[in-house]
Design a protein around this ligand. Structure first.
Ligand SMILES: Nc1nc2c(ncn2[C@@H]2O[C@H](COP(=O)(O)OP(=O)(O)OP(=O)(O)O)[C@@H](O)[C@H]2O)c(=O)[nH]1
Ligand SMILES: [Mg+2]
Length: 713
C-alpha cells in the first residue's frame, strides 16, 4: 500500500513539529509517494527501515540522503575504503577502478559515484582520484558533497594532494572530517598523524575515536565520547598504558565540543553534567558549521572502523539544503560510445520524474527529462525518478556539458567551481591517415567530460592541440581514444605558433607582365611597408594619385599583399603588424586586370619585406607560480634560465606567488619540470600575454631549422 503525501520533510531532523505535522516547504507542490512506515519515520516516530526496504520504496526524500565526497592523496586508500563501505552496507558486485585505463594503471582516474543505504540513510559516495593532475575530480566531489571525508595515510605526514584537497574544501566552505586509513600498518602512528594534520592544514582537528592495537595488531576503535570499544574483537580492553592517554583525549574532546555551543560551554564551566546526546548534537553542529573537524581511524583493508565511519557519516553529514526552485547540476559527465553522454546530476529540490520538462539554462532550450537512473552500489538503475537531495544520472540529454544547470523556469544557474585551467599541451596526430575526422569527433567528446581538458586547432601551425594538466592526463586521453573510439594517436611536442613581422620601413616595386597569344597581363605596383605597434595586425592604404592604378584594381593590390603575408619571408610563418601603402603603379588599358595587380602586389610585398629587417615573433605567457616559500629560489633561477622576466613576488597564505613573463617555447614541459622541482607542491597558471621578438641568435637557429626541414621534405 502506498500513501499520497503532499509535502516532503525538509530537513534531516526528525523532530515532531507541533501536532505531528511535517512542515511543507514554501512553494512546494510536488506530490510524493511515501510508504506509510516512511511517513511514520519522517515524523520521528522511530519506525526505521532496513536498507533493503528503503531501496524497494525507490523514493527517498531529502532528509534521508547524504552526499559524501572522498578526497585525498593518491594511495591513501579511498577506492578501497569506498568498496569496503559499500560491502559493509550490503552492496554486492562492487566495481570500482574498472575502466581499462584504471585497471592497467592500478589507480583511479575518474570520479566514482556510488551509493549504499546505511540504517535509515542513503549515502551517495563521490570518490575522487588522488593524483594531482586529476584535481578537477576532487573539486567535483567537494562541490557536490554535503560532507567531505579527507582520507589520509596513517603512516605518512600530510601529502601534497591532501593539502590541495584541503584548499579546495576550504574554498568551497564544506563540512569535513578526516578518516585516517591504513591504521593496520606497522608504522601507523595516530599522534604523528594528528600533529601533521594540525601543523600542515592549520585547523581544529579532534579525534572522536582512538585506534586500539593489541600486540601491534589493529583490533578496534575506542569511541571517545562513550568509551566503548568497537571492533570485531569484542573482548578487547583498553590496556593500561593507553588508558591515561585516552582519558586525556576524551577530556579535551568534551571541552572542545562544549565550546561549540554557548549553552554547553556554560554547563561545562559550571561543572554540570552534559549528556552524550547534547555532545553529539553540538558535535554535528560544529561539523556542519565547519568549526570542528573530527578525526576517525581505521583500515579499509581489514574493515576495522568501517561501520563506525558509516555511523559517523549518517550522524554528522548535514542534510542537503532544499531549494525553492528545483534545479539539477551536471557535476560529472560520462561519455560512452554506445550509451552516449550520461550526466550525473545533483537534485536540489523537488522530485525528478521522467517526462518533466525543464529548462537547460545554458542554451535556454526546454528539455524533456528521459532515462533517469539512480545509483545502487556501483551500478546505475533505471528508476524513472529521483528525490530532492539525491544524485541521479540522466541519459539522452542533448547538448549536456559539464557544469550545466537544468532547472525550472526562473532558477539561477549553479556557479562554476574554480577548476584550474589547462597548463600542458601536446599536438595530436592520428597514426593512420584518414582518421582525422574520426579523431576530431572522438576528442571533442572526451574533452566535454573534463573541465581541465581542451582541444583546439592552432590557427598558425594547423596542429590539433590537446591541453590538460600534465602528461599522465593526456596519456589517459590517448589510451581512451584507442580503447573507446578505436583511433590511435601519437602525442607530440607542439610547434610554436611563431609569427613574422618587420622592424623598419622599406619600399619595393614589381611589374607583372605576361605576353601570351591573345590577352596579356600587366600590372605594376610600388609598395611601402611600415611596422605597426604590436597587436595592430594589418592596415592597407591607397596613396596613388592621378589614376596610375585604376580604382577597380586597388582591391587586387590589397588581396596580393594579404596573400603574401600568409607566408612570411623568413620561415614561412604568417606576418603581422604591418602597414602596407601602395603609392604608385602603372597599368595597361587592355592587359591589366585585378589578377595582374594581385600578382604584382604579392611580389612587391615579398621584395619589400626582405628589405624591412624581417623578424620572428614568439608568444609570451604570463606565468603565475604558487609554491611553498622554500622553493622560491629554485623557481626563480629556473625561470631565468627559461628567458623569463620575473615581474614580482608576494606571500600568500604561507606560500610565495611568483609572476613572470616567459616565452611559450620555454614552457612546453614546464608542468613536468615544476612538478619534479617541487615534489608536486607547486601549482601554476599561464595565459597568453602578447607576441614579442625572438632574440636574434635564437631566430637564426629557428629559421635555419625550418629551412632545413623544408629542404629535406
Ligand atoms: N594495509 C592496508 N592497505 C590498504 C588499505 N587501504 C588501501 N590499501 C591498499 O593501498 C593501495 C592503494 O589503495 P587505493 O584504494 O587504490 O588508493 P586510492 O586512494 O584510491 O588511490 P588513487 O586512486 O590513486 O587516489 C592498494 O594496494 C590497497 O589495497 C588499508 O587500510 N591497509
Ligand atoms: Mg582510487
Amino acid at each position: 500500500m502506498v500513501l499520497t503525501f503532499k509535502s516532503i520533510f525538509p530537513s534531516s531532523s526528525c523532530r515532531v513539529q507541533g501536532a505531528g505535522e511535517a512542515p511543507a516547504p514554501k512553494n512546494h507542490n510536488a506530490r510524493h509517494l511515501v510508504h506509510p512506515r516512511g511517513l511514520a519515520f519522517a515524523l520521528g516516530l522511530g519506525c526505521g527501515y532496513t536498507p533493503q526496504e528503503f531501496a524497494s520504496i525507490g523514493v527517498m526524500w531529502m532528509g534521508q540522503t547524504r552526499n559524501v565526497g572522498f578526497v585525498g592523496h593518491s594511495g591513501s586508500g579511498k577506492t578501497t575504503l569506498a568498496a569496503k563501505l559499500l560491502e559493509q552496507a550490503g552492496e554486492k558486485e562492487i566495481q570500482l577502478d574498472s575502466s581499462p585505463e584504471e585497471k592497467r594503471r592500478g589507480y583511479s582516474i575518474d570520479l566514482a559515484v556510488c551509493s549504499c543505504s546505511w540504517k535509515d540513510t542513503k549515502l551517495n559516495l563521490l570518490v575522487a582520484p588522488g593524483l594531482g593532475e586529476f584535481i578537477e575530480e576532487t573539486i567535483k566531489a567537494t562541490y557536490t558533497a554535503d560532507l567531505v571525508v579527507l582520507v589520509v595515510h596513517g603512516e605518512k605526514p600530510v601529502e601534497v594532494v591532501t593539502e590541495q584537497a584541503w584548499e579546495v574544501i576550504a574554498k568551497a566552505g564544506k563540512p569535513v572530517m578526516v578518516f585516517t586509513n591504513m591504521m593496520d600498518r606497522p608504522e601507523a602512528d595516530p599522534d604523528k598523524v594528528l600533529d601533521s594534520l594540525r601543523e600542515g592544514l592549520n585547523a581544529k582537528f579532534w579525534p572522536i575515536q582512538w585506534p586500539l592495537k593489541e600486540n601491534g595488531e589493529l583490533v578496534g576503535v575506542i569511541d571517545l565520547l562513550t568509551g566503548e570499544i568497537r571492533g570485531p574483537k569484542g573482548k578487547a580492553t583498553i590496556p593500561d598504558d593507553v588508558a591515561g592517554h585516552v582519558e586525556e583525549l576524551k577530556a579535551q574532546l568534551v571541552e572542545e565540543i562544549a565550546s561549540l555551543d554557548d549553552a554547553l560551554a556554560e554547563k561545562f564551566l559550571s561543572d554540570e553534567e552534559i549528556s552524550p546526546e547534547e555532545l553529539a548534537s553540538a558535535l554535528a553542529k560544529g561539523v556542519s558549521e565547519g568549526t570542528f573537524v573530527p578525526v576517525l581511524w581505521g583500515s579499509a583493508e581489514s574493515g576495522i572502523g568501517i561501520p563506525e565511519l558509516l555511523d559517523a557519516l549518517r550522524a554528522l553529514a548535514p542534510a542537503p539544503t532544499p531549494e525553492e526552485k528545483p534545479r539539477l547540476w551536471a557535476f560529472n559527465i560520462l561519455s560512452d560510445p554506445y550509451l552516449g553522454r550520461i550526466a550525473f546530476v545533483r537534485v536540489t529540490g523537488g522530485e525528478l520524474s521522467e517526462g518533466n520538462a525543464w529548462v537547460h539554462l545554458r542554451t535556454g532550450n526546454k528539455v524533456q527529462l528521459r532515462d533517469i537512473y539512480t545509483l545502487r552500489g556501483t551500478k546505475l538503475e533505471k528508476s524513472g525518478k529521483a528525490a530532492a537531495g539525491d544524485i541521479a544520472a540522466l541519459g539522452k540529454l542533448e547538448d549536456i556539458a559539464l557544469g550545466d544547470t537544468i532547472a525550472v523556469e526562473g532558477a539561477e544557474p549553479f556557479p562554476e567551481p574554480p577548476f584550474p585551467k589547462p597548463v600542458f599541451s601536446r599536438a595530436v596526430y592520428p597514426k593512420s591517415q584518414g582518421d582525422e575526422e574520426k579523431l576530431s569527433t572522438a576528442l571533442r567528446e572526451v574533452v566535454t567530460t573534463k573541465a581541465t581538458l581542451k582541444f583546439e586547432r592552432d590557427n598558425v601551425t594547423k596542429e590539433a592541440i590537446l591541453s590538460g594538466m600534465g602528461d599522465v592526463q593526456l596519456d589517459v586521453v590517448r589510451e581512451r581514444l584507442k580503447n573507446r573510439y578505436n583511433v590511435e594517436v601519437e602525442l607530440r611536442i607542439p610547434k610554436i605558433p611563431y609569427l613574422e613581422t618587420i622592424r623598419k620601413q622599406a619600399t619595393a616595386q614589381y611589374r607583372h607582365k605576361k605576353q601570351t597569344g591573345g590577352h596579356g597581363q600587366f600590372g605594376e605596383v610600388h609598395l611601402r611597408i611600415e611596422p605597426l605597434p604590436r597587436g595592430e595586425g594589418f592596415q592597407f592604404l591607397d596613396e596613388t594619385k592621378g589614376g596610375v592604378i585604376p580604382q577597380q584594381f586597388i582591391p587586387g593590390v590589397e588581396k596580393g599583399v594579404r596573400e603574401a603575408m600568409q607566408e612570411g619571408v623568413l620561415a614561412g610563418y604568417p606576418m603581422v603588424d604591418i602597414k602596407a601603402v601602395v603609392f604608385y603603379g602603372m597599368y595597361h588599358p587592355v592587359d591589366s586586370s585585378e589578377l595582374s595587380f594581385k600578382i604584382a602586389a604579392r611580389q612587391a610585398f615579398k621584395l619589400a619585406a626582405e628589405k624591412a629587417d624581417p623578424a620572428l615573433l614568439e608568444p609570451i605567457m604570463l606565468l603565475t607560480v604558487t609554491a611553498p616559500e622554500a622553493f622560491t629560489g629554485d623557481i626563480i633561477s629556473d625561470l631565468n634560465a627559461r628567458r623569463g622576466k620575473v615581474l614580482g613576488m608576494e606571500s600568500q597564505d604561507g606560500k610565495t606567488v611568483v609572476k613572470a613573463e616567459v616565452p611559450l617555447a620555454e614552457l612546453l614541459s614546464y608542468a613536468l619540470d615544476l612538478k619534479s622541482m617541487t615534489q608536486g607542491r607547486a601549482t601554476f597558471q599561464m595565459e597568453f600575454l602578447r607576441y614579442d621578438f625572438v632574440p636574434a641568435q635564437l631566430q637564426e637557429k629557428i629559421v635555419a631549422e625550418v629551412n632545413a626541414a623544408k629542404e629535406s621534405s
